[in-house]
Design a protein around this ligand. Structure first.
Ligand code: NAP
Length: 320
């Protein structure tokens, strides 16, 4: 299949593009960067420019489009609600209209559409977003579903290695703890996060099975961010005392956070006949990737140093 992935320099986009390129012809749409040695074609440009989406689809003629580009920084959305509206709410609707009858679309949404007051959330529960980010992502979902009912809307949460080493909470805990710096972890914010590489494989499976509609695509286990940090400390051989428990409301973040984002994934697991990997498996793989220099491989895509032209050719494993 010809697969177009937007936001291919981001945490999800780059890992997904690497995963998809093992079996498909991938084009990564990238805002400004050029990724050295990436095993997929790249097209660059600002998706908010007039006619950018149609021009991109005309040029790449994809069978599948996975729209990952977004303003994903929650506090940046609070500071720039107009940009958040354009990128997170309006642009997905443009993709939905332009892809209709032309390419299968996956819109990447978020667990944060819920307010976190329930014990567990199913796909048919009413969302109640608490931040500009979550409100605009929910508006994006609705626009996609209204304009293109054949599209997939995937509510996700993820962790993993990114190009600049600063896009996921796991990287932040890992690098600070590794450097001997104490970190704070919220004891009252629960999430079902999933390793980006496992998430990428599931998204590709959803496309292969031609699913449509809304799915929760999160990890199998729901933990507090404090516990998540402790799991990383433990794997680094560092005392949990380096992780200070703290309540999110005492931290003074600009955007409101939802306390309990336990999303149920039964619908997805039943239709795909899969079991979502456990958090411990994902964290073990995250550490194996580190040992196999996967973060270094990503980083080299934006360094000027000499790079292996294609370390992933022929379906090579992560970091191989
Ligand atoms: N990270 C999470 O914890 C999380 C949780 C739930 C859901 N999600 C969702 O997952 C998706 C991917 O998130 P992520 O963490 O991978 O985000 P990310 O690392 O911030 O990547 C976002 C990507 O969008 C690109 N982009 C932004 N503005 C653009 C524009 N005007 N034109 C073209 N590209 C543009 C960025 O390129 P530049 O950096 O070059 O601008 C970047 O490649 C998003 O839809 C997000 O809402 C993320």
């Amino acid at each position: 299949m010809r697969v177009l992935i937007t936001g291919a320099s981001g945490l999800l986009g780059v890992n997904l593009a690497l995963e998809a390129a093992k079996d498909h012809t991938v084009t990564g749409q990238i805002n400004e960067l050029f990724l050295n040695g990436a095993p997929f074609e790249q097209v660059s440009g600002d998706l908010l420019k007039p006619k950018a989406v149609d021009t991109l689809l005309d040029a790449t003629q994809p069978d599948w489009v996975i729209h990952c580009a977004a303003l994903a920084d929650i506090d940046a959305c609070e500071n720039n609600p107009s940009l958040a509206e354009h990128l997170n709410a309006e642009l997905p609707g443009t993709f939905a209209k332009s892809c209709k009858g032309r390419a299968k679309l996956v819109y990447i949404s978020t667990d944060a559409v819920f307010d976190g007051s329930k014990d567990e959330y199913f796909e048919d529960d009413d969302p109640n977003p608490r931040s500009v980010y979550a409100k605009t992502k929910l508006a994006g979902e609705r626009s996609v579903m209204e304009n293109n009912p054949e599209a997939i809307v995937a509510r996700i949460n993820l962790f993993g290695w990114s190009i600049f080493g600063n896009r996921s909470l796991a990287e932040w805990f890992f690098y600070n703890l590794q450097a001997g710096k104490p970190v704070k972890g919220f004891t009252d914010v629960f999430f079902c996060t999933q390793l980006v590489n496992d998430l990428s494989a599931v998204l590709m499976q959803m496309l292969s099975q031609n699913l449509a509609g809304l799915y929760h695509v999160v990890g199998a286990d729901c933990v507090s961010k404090y516990k998540f940090a402790c799991e990383i400390a433990c794997r680094l051989g560092i005392s949990e005392n380096m992780v200070t428990p703290i309540r999110v409301d005492d931290f003074g973040l600009k955007a409101a956070r939802s306390h309990n984002l336990r999303l149920n994934t039964d619908k997805l697991q039943k239709v795909l006949h899969i079991s979502i990997p456990r958090l411990s498996t994902g964290l073990d793989r995250f550490f194996t990737q580190y040992q196999q220099s996967y973060p270094h491989l990503l980083r080299r895509m934006v360094d000027n140093s000499t790079v292996d032209p294609n370390p992933y050719r022929n379906g090579g494993k992560d970091g191989a």
